[in-house]
Design a protein around this ligand. Structure first.
Ligand SMILES: Nc1nc2c(ncn2[C@@H]2O[C@H](COP(=O)(O)OP(=O)(O)OP(=O)(O)O)[C@@H](O)[C@H]2O)c(=O)[nH]1
Ligand SMILES: [Mg+2]
Length: 341
């Protein structure tokens, strides 16, 4: 049997893993209540056997047990343990569409495992979403946490940092218990929002994307565009493609992300392709989406394709007539108030 097509429709429904890294991350994920979300697995990975006390995690992985000490605050040790156990971690993080990685930065495991975990998720065609908690100055090692957070932002610019210092500044003399409560609530909101948005978007079968910017950060509705005809009739080609979508969404309101394939005959000139490409961008995309669009050009060597072009594209982030625009992730009310991006 051809393996590529050995799927059932059910397997296309997105799978979400929420993974705690290190002691604090595992406790946090253990405490999240996400019972109403389907296909969501709560997982904990630590170097510390106390993870076994956590009752609400579906999968627990203890790596290189150091008793109750974990990595004892040693980030470099944690990094090397993560690297040499990449296969074990991969075994748990594979087969996921969205993998939310939650950890408290400042000590060993949670801080040191994040980069490797992001890499592993990407290698398995999943979308990593790092949610990183930054400790108060004076607890753990704030300096290490900030440095490592910067590191993570370099490899994953949409990583979200939740900063206890910012909470403190915002709320003044808030008690730690109340700060924890706020963080918990906000995490639950972020995770529910991202997860439900993903559930709405994964209608594209086995299309894999390696960057959240294409799909998850552009909530809204999705549509397919498609048309075929002489390359010279640029306007007609684009107009037909937009009409093909046959959806309630108004494509004229434009998308905030897209994946487009243009196939042309081998006699078509580069300048004609450029005209068509520009027409698609201008008619279909919001300006902020220009850099977030993957556009591929393919050439067909066959007489019947001479002089013609075919457009096939998937759009994301269309404003739905059913959903007010402020329900998009980026505009999610209240989400950003103590979140640093
Ligand atoms: N506010 C708050 N901070 C926490 C909590 N748990 C851990 N931290 C802080 O987060 C940082 C990392 O702690 P852990 O997650 O326990 O450390 P770890 O990743 O297991 O690292 P090792 O034990 O060294 O392997 C430290 O600065 C802790 O003070 C928590 O529940 N609330
Ligand atoms: Mg620990």
């Amino acid at each position: 049997m051809n393996e590529t097509f050995d799927y059932t429709v059910d397997e296309f429904s997105p799978r979400v893993k929420i993974v705690g890294l290190g002691g604090g991350g595992c406790r946090l994920v253990n405490g999240l209540c996400l019972d109403d979300l389907q296909n969501v697995e709560k997982i904990g990975i630590n170097t510390d056997t106390r993870i076994n006390e956590l009752g609400n995690l579906k999968i627990k992985l203890v790596i290189d047990t150091y008793g109750d000490n974990g990595c004892g605050g040693n980030v470099d040790l944690a990094k090397s343990i993560a690297k040499s156990n990449a296969d074990k971690i991969g075994g748990i993080l594979k087969n996921s569409d969205l993998t939310i990685l939650v950890s408290y930065f400042g000590e060993g495991t949670g801080t040191g495992f994040m980069e490797e975990a992001i890499k592993i998720v990407r290698e398995n065609n999943g979308l990593p979403l790092p949610l990183i908690l930054l400790p108060l100055a004076g607890t753990g090692d704030r300096r290490v946490a900030e440095k490592e957070f910067k590191n993570i932002k370099n490899i994953c610019n949409y990583a979200i940092g939740i900063d206890y210092e910012v909470i403190l500044k915002k709320y003044g003399s808030i008690r730690m218990k109340d700060a924890q409560f706020l963080v918990f609530n906000r995490l639950n909101e972020i995770i529910s929002e991202y997860t439900t948005t993903l559930l709405k978007h994964t209608q594209f079968g086995n299309l894999t994307v390696n960057d959240l910017s294409t799909i998850v950060t552009h909530s809204g509705d999705s549509a397919v565009i498609r048309s075929e005809g002489p390359i010279e009739d640029t306007d007609k080609l684009v107009k037909f493609a937009m009409e093909y979508s046959m959806v309630e969404e108004d494509i004229r309101e434009k998308a905030s992300g897209a994946w487009v394939l243009i196939t042309v005959g081998d006699d078509v000139s580069q300048s004609n392709v450029d005209i068509l490409r520009r027409a698609i961008v201008e008619n279909v995309l919001k300006p902020e989406a220009y850099g977030l669009t993957d556009m591929f050009i393919g050439v067909r060597i066959d007489n019947k394709y001479k002089g013609s072009a075919k457009i096939f594209g998937m759009l994301t982030g269309l404003d739905s007539i059913y959903r007010p625009p402020d329900r998009s992730i980026m505009g999610y009310p209240g989400m950003i108030d103590f979140v640093s991006r």
